[in-house]
Design a protein around this ligand. Structure first.
Ligand code: ADP
Ligand code: MG
Length: 303
C-alpha cells in the first residue's frame, strides 16, 4: 500500500504541505481535492519522487520513494503519473505512443494490450493517426492509455479529464476507473471536479491550509459536510443558524420561520436554482419551476 507519513514540503521559502499523513490500499481510488494552489499537483509530484521531501517519508509497500537527491532517475516501474502536460511523441501514431514502452518480444501481446487500451480511452478509430493532429482532449486520452500500458501498481492522475469535452467525459471516466478497479491498480487522482469523485472514489482527501482537512468517504462527507469548503464541492449550499444546508434540501412550505423574497431563477435542467433574499442573507433553493421575481416564499429544511 501507499503510505505517506508526516510529509512536509516547501518550494524554497513557500510552504505548501505540512504534516500530511494518509494511506491508500491496493486497488483503492483516493481523490485529492482542494482549491487551485492548495498543493494537489505538488503532492502528486512528491509521491512520484519528483522532489525531495523536507520532512517525512513515502512508501509503496516496503519501498521508500526517494527524491532526486537520492535517486538518479526519477520514477519507478510500478508507478505511472499522468501530468497535465501529457508529454507524448507527436510524430508517431496513437497506437505507437500507447505501445511505446511495451516489449517488442511479444508482438501479439503488445497488439492485444494496445487494442484493449484504445477501447478503454475510446480512441480505436484514431489508432493510426499521428498524435500531433489530435485535439487536447484526445492527447489526454492517449496519455492515460500509455500510462496504463505497462500495468502499473499505482497510478497518479492530475486532473485527468480536464481537456475532455462533456460528450465523452462520462463514459471515459467510467471506463478508466472501472479498468483501474478491475486490475486492482491504486489510483490517486487530483481534481476539482466532483464528477471525477462521486461514484468512483473510495475516499476523498481535502487539502486546505497546507493540511489534510478531512479524509473520509464521499458519502460521509456529502451527508455531513463539516465545513463550507467541503459542502461547496458537492453543490450550492446555505449556512443557516450555523448549519450547512444544501440548496436541494430547502423546500417551499405553507409557513415557516424562514421567509424569503425571490431575486432570480437559474435553469438547471430538471430543476431551477432559485436565489432569494431572507433578511440580509442570500439563500439558494431548488424548485421544479421558475418563480416570479419578488414573490415571497416560506422555506424549510426537508429531512
Ligand atoms: P494545485 O495543483 O492544487 O493547484 P500546486 O501544487 O500546483 O496546487 O501549487 C501549490 C502552491 O505551490 C501554489 O502556491 C503554487 O504557486 C506553488 N508552486 C507550484 N509549483 C511551484 C514551483 N515549481 N516552484 C515554486 N512554487 C510552486
Ligand atoms: Mg494542479
Amino acid at each position: 500500500m501507499l503510505n505517506v507519513k508526516n510529509l512536509t514540503f516547501s518550494y524554497n521559502k513557500t510552504p505548501v504541505l505540512k504534516e500530511l499523513s494518509f494511506k491508500a490500499k491496493p486497488g483503492e481510488n483516493v481523490a485529492v481535492i482542494g482549491e487551485s494552489g492548495s498543493g494537489k499537483s505538488t503532492l502528486l509530484n512528491l509521491i512520484f519522487g519528483e522532489y525531495d521531501l523536507n520532512i517525512g517519508q513515502i512508501f509503496w509497500k516496503d519501498k521508500a520513494i526517494l527524491g532526486p537527491k537520492y535517486n538518479l532517475v526519477v520514477g519507478y516501474d510500478f508507478m505511472k503519473y499522468v501530468t497535465q502536460e501529457f508529454d507524448l511523441m507527436p510524430f508517431i501514431t496513437v497506437e505507437e505512443n500507447i505501445g511505446k514502452y511495451l516489449s517488442n518480444f511479444f508482438p501479439e501481446e503488445k497488439r492485444e494490450r494496445t487494442s484493449e487500451l484504445l477501447e478503454v480511452v475510446e480512441l480505436t478509430e484514431l489508432a493510426k493517426t499521428k498524435v500531433k493532429l489530435l485535439s487536447g482532449g484526445q492527447k489526454q486520452r492517449v496519455a492515460l492509455a500509455r500510462a496504463l500500458a505497462n500495468q502499473p501498481e499505482i497510478i497518479l492522475l492530475d486532473e485527468p479529464f480536464s481537456h475532455i469535452d462533456n460528450f465523452q467525459k462520462q463514459s471515459l471516466r467510467r471506463n478508466v476507473f472501472k479498468y483501474l478497479k478491475d486490475k486492482n491498480i491504486t489510483c490517486i487522482v487530483a481534481t476539482h471536479d466532483k464528477e471525477d469523485v462521486l461514484g468512483f472514489a473510495d475516499r476523498m482527501i481535502v487539502l486546505y491550509n497546507q493540511k489534510i482537512a478531512v479524509n473520509d468517504s464521499p458519502e460521509n462527507l456529502f451527508n455531513d459536510p463539516k465545513t463550507p469548503l467541503i459542502a461547496s464541492f458537492f453543490g450550492e449550499y446555505n449556512v443557516l443558524d450555523d448549519q450547512i444546508i444544501y440548496s436541494h434540501q430547502l423546500k417551499i412550505v405553507e409557513h415557516s420561520n424562514l421567509k424569503a423574497t425571490v431575486v432570480d431563477n437559474y435553469f438547471k435542467g430538471h430543476y431551477y436554482l432559485i436565489e432569494a433574499l431572507a433578511g440580509d442573507d442570500i439563500v439558494f433553493f431548488e424548485n421544479k419551476s421558475a418563480l416570479k421575481i419578488n414573490q415571497e416564499v416560506y422555506l424549510q429544511k426537508q429531512l
